[in-house]
Ligand binder design. Structure first.
Ligand code: SF4
Ligand code: SF4
Length: 313
């Protein structure tokens, strides 16, 4: 790849285009006024980025030395912008591991502790109370998440309802990846779909392409009090995301690739959540898949989510 990130990755026929080329293309398509409105959060963001950040290569093109330099720079920037001492690491996927998640809808009581844990673990913006998990209150008998209510405010559980948390389904065939014009998002070998926040141009195509509404956009610079920042951070997961970029659930890869469980699972008081390695025949997730009648959301779309739901029966 060229040292100038404006020139794309530099490989012949790779299909990768530069951030600047795409921005120009979007401008021609939309017209000047609409383009100005569409990129308003980005122009604000562009004024705030450093030359090093602008020139940074795509994650996949970074050598180990490059990556180390980037991680230390990001730690320094977090200290400057937020006053917090953090460690940003980059644990790679392990061979023989493919992560899957299952959720027992018979025991989920809609308490939203999972969504709260996600908010804290992943250093989400505080004023918008952002989380990668939405918990839907569902009418018994319906499995259509589009009919669920994510804004319920009565005590839970209500007698005629059940509760269905939805987060990134880590699709085997992720349409969010296919539509990204700059390859800023991709599926890792352990099944987790990630975003390089420093490569994303914030066009939001992926958000529109996701049928599970699992992606979130940083309209503003995230606000988090220094003392609330989770200092254990991953480059592809919970480091504080820049304004104007897309983000999503990564199954807490900074934890799970190091043998820990996702924060949402640890926070669940009812034991509704099961997580593990789909390739390990002795894992709890495999037991669930083999002994419960699991289903996936929007199966007709053929995206093969690696997130499963079941009821006790
Ligand atoms: S659930 Fe949405 S964001 Fe997650 S992999 Fe599937 S399409 Fe992409
Ligand atoms: S917003 Fe989504 S589609 Fe657009 S560049 Fe970022 S990751 Fe890619």
């Amino acid at each position: 790849m060229s040292s100038d990130s404006n020139s794309g990755c530099g490989k012949e026929d790779c299909g990768c285009v530069s951030r600047r080329t795409v921005m120009k293309g979007v401008g021609v398509t939309l017209g000047a006024a609409a383009f100005a409105r569409a990129i308003a959060p980005l122009t604000e963001w562009a004024q705030n980025i450093s030359a090093d950040e602008f020139l940074q290569k795509h994650y996949k093109e970074l050598s180990l030395i490059d990556l180390k330099v980037v991680l230390r720079r990001l730690e320094k920037e977090t200290k400057e912008h937020y006053g917090a001492d953090v460690t940003i690491s980059d644990t790679k996927p392990q061979e023989g591991v493919k992560f899957g998640y299952a959720l027992n809808l018979s025991v989920c009581n809609g308490c939203r502790k999972c969504a709260e844990a996600c908010h804290l673990e992943n250093n989400h913006d505080r004023p918008s109370n952002q989380s990668y998990i939405r918990v839907f209150e569902m009418q018994k008998g319906s499995m259509d998440m589009e009919q669920g209510n994510a804004h319920y405010d009565k005590p839970v559980p209500q007698p005629d309802k059940f509760y269905m948390p939805v987060q990134c389904q880590q699709c085997e065939h992720p349409p969010c990846v296919d539509v990204c014009p700059v390859e800023a998002t991709w599926k890792e070998p352990d099944g987790i779909v990630v975003v390089d926040y420093n490569w994303c141009i914030g066009c939001r195509y992926c958000e529109a392409a996701c049928p599970y509404h699992a992606r979130r956009f940083n309209w503003t610079k995230p606000v988090i009090p220094k003392e609330e920042i989770n200092p254990d951070q991953g480059y592809l997961s919970n480091r504080i995301r820049p304004q104007g970029t897309m983000e999503k659930c990564t199954f807490c890869l900074h934890r799970t690739r190091n043998g820990r469980l996702p924060a949402c699972l640890e926070a669940c008081p009812t034991g509704a959540r099961v997580f593990g390695n789909l390739l390990d025949p002795n894992s709890e997730i495999r037991w669930v898949l083999e002994h419960k009648r699991v289903f996936i959301l929007k199966e007709d779309l053929g995206l093969k989510p690696q997130f499963f739901y079941f009821f006790d029966s």
